[in-house]
Ligand binder design. Structure first.
Ligand SMILES: [Zn+2]
Length: 227
């Protein structure tokens, strides 16, 4: 190998190592942030910010992490935390309609609170409630509270969520969106090792277009897709 082709080879190799495929749109992601504990890429197309695949937790470590998440039905802080979702459901759906709490965690409080409002709730969680029968029904709405940032396979998850909804249904999510100009280094949200996919507004718009949602509303951390 002459000197010139050797240099070309090294440059190509480095470029190849520096990028990762986006788990949402499958386009190229470029290095976005790196410190001792965390490495993230930003997708060139959908602008999703995703964790280095080599840093993804195994299922047992992930479970251990979720067991530390606080969830007490009488906890006012938690109630206030889920209140925007409950208000969104109450604003659009009448009592008796069917909802799914997707990624409900080990203690499905949100679905209990919505059941108290007379909705017919089902639950699903890939780790704690992975009975698949609820995935063969159709729903008026799906609530997904602080779940989408944990998606290892966001494309497959959003496809499934779209298909689980009846026409006119809504997918109501809560996550913390990254906005350009925010100090990612100082941002607490990236520090949770189970937060693997972070969304920007462009990412949510890409999802809306890709899966043919009819509407998308973003209100701080509350995100609502309409079928
Ligand atoms: Zn992407």
């Amino acid at each position: 190998m002459n000197l010139c082709s050797s240099i070309t080879f090294r440059i190509f190799k480095n470029q190849h190592q520096m990028t990762e495929l986006c788990p949402l749109c499958k386009e190229k992601g470029d290095p976005f942030f790196r410190n001792k504990q965390h490495k993230f890429y930003e997708c060139e197309l959908c602008k999703g910010i995703f964790r280095n695949p080599k840093q993804l937790l195994g299922r047992e470590d992930e479970k251990e992490r979720y067991l530390h998440h606080v969830s007490d039905i009488n906890d006012t802080g938690y109630y206030n935390f889920v209140l925007p979702i409950i208000k969104e459901v109450l604003a659009h759906f009448g009592s008796g309609q069917c909802g799914l709490d997707y990624g409900c965690g080990h203690t499905p409080i949100l679905s209990r609170l919505l059941s108290r409002e007379n909705y017919n709730m089902e639950i699903y969680d890939a780790i704690f409630f992975n009975e698949t029968a609820p995935l063969y029904k159709k729903y008026n709405f799906i609530v997904c509270c602080e779940v989408m940032e944990h998606f290892y396979q966001p494309h497959e998850e959003f496809k499934r969520l779209y298909e689980l909804l009846l026409p006119g249904g809504k997918l109501i999510c809560k996550t913390h969106i990254y906005e350009k100009g925010m100090d990612f280094d100082a941002w607490y949200y990236k520090n949770d090792p189970s937060h693997v996919f972070i969304y920007q507004k462009e990412t949510l718009e890409w999802i809306k277009d890709q899966f043919k949602w009819s509407g998308l509303e973003i209100n701080n951390r509350l995100i609502s897709f309409s079928k």
